[in-house]
Design a protein around this ligand. Sequence first.
Ligand SMILES: [Zn+2]
Length: 500
Amino acid sequence: MKKQKAQAGNRKRDVEIVDLNGKAADKKNGGRRNREFAIVTYVFLALFLCMTGYFVYFVAIESEDFINNPYNARLATMADQVVRGDILSNDGTILATTQIDGNGAEIRYYPYGRMFAHAVGYADNGMAGVELLENYRLLRSNAFILTRIANEVAGKKNPGDDVVTTLDAGLQSACYDALGGYDGAIICLEPDTGKVLAMASKPDYDPNTIAQNWDGYVSDDSGSAVLLNRATQGLYVPGSTFKILTLFAYLQQERGDGGFSFDCSGSFSADGYEMHCYDHTAHGQEDLYAAFGNSCNCAFSSIGLSLDRSSYRQLCEQLLFNKALPANLGNTSVSRMTLDGDANDPLVMQTAIGQGQTMVSPLHMAMLVSAIANDGMLMEPYMIDHVQNENGIVVRQNESRQAGQLMTEQDAKTMQEYLRYVVTDGTGRSLQSDRYNAYGKTGTAEFSSNKNEDHSWFVGYAENADGKRMAVAVVMEGVAAGNAYAVPAARAVFDSYFAQ
Ligand SMILES: [Zn+2]
């Protein structure tokens, strides 16, 4: 066998030799052509693989973002074929729907009008809120295939998918009412999941008539910025709510309360700058709990001066200042804390009590207390629970996501104790309830020399015996004094939520 094979090999070689002798030149040219052909083939194959790869990537990852761009013409085509789906609350209450009038024209209808204005948004003269976030999915139809075929045969539009939000209609109503006639914002988060339970902003608008009133909104010369969602995009002087950060920085630096004690006389001076407590109240001898619970400006000015300024700012950055917030809510503002190592003493004193140059968004403060409530773990805020077809079949389910551990569990538990003290013994006493335990920090932020133009703040959370928890940030603009506004508003919101 072996021998035969060897002979066959020899014969083959003989044939090749004959070939070489006979058509040597042709063979050479043919070889070059084969090589060129092979190169071209490989180049095309490589291109084909790249394009296939990109196509898969585009379909899987990029396409929805691409298509969801409101400037994309494909969305207009989709709107020609699909009736925009509904936006629903977490219990299925309709927040936005499309009605067909007598002439066959589609009208976007918002049954709650102003109450959900900034959260749900609008889809006329541009878009905002959930209408913008989920524009693509509202214009896509996952109706049953037979329904779609029947509609297409009949020349009728298909029903778009419905977007079910995390918004709690009852709580939203409580937030909207709690703001009353004041401009400002209230945002409620579920600390364990990051779900946005409610989000109210004033001044508001009626999304049902936005097209008619558009010119007035965009040329608004009173500066009230009606279309701005103050909960996520507003930036405010934090006032005493910022003492949460100053306290945290101090506890970190001292690795505990450092045996803190301070005798408040109602005023405190350093470097020729005088700080005073609210109404010049002398708080007397205080430990760290009392200084925080009383919201003592003098004690916190002195704490601020004791902090390493660079570390103070770094710690604020660890708590999401000067960076984009990890939130899946569309455009959100970046909170600002700019203190550096060269800052002079008066600026440090002001910063420590939440004046100075620091600015925060209500969303950011709600996220911060949410993380404290959740033992340091921040859950990424989101407001779309799932997308379903017209028959309620879920076609996409969002899961809650961890945004990161903002502080250790032990540090979070320490902060919980200080926030609780504010309610049991401090400026938040009117939040005591049999139905829940509240935690938080009050604040009055001065943003002008006019005493009737302060901002009233409350940020905190509450939990009941069943472990149900809710975090809230309340800011009310242009009020006369702190506790009389934001704290009762927070109380109304907690009462509503824990009555359910
Ligand atoms: Zn004081």
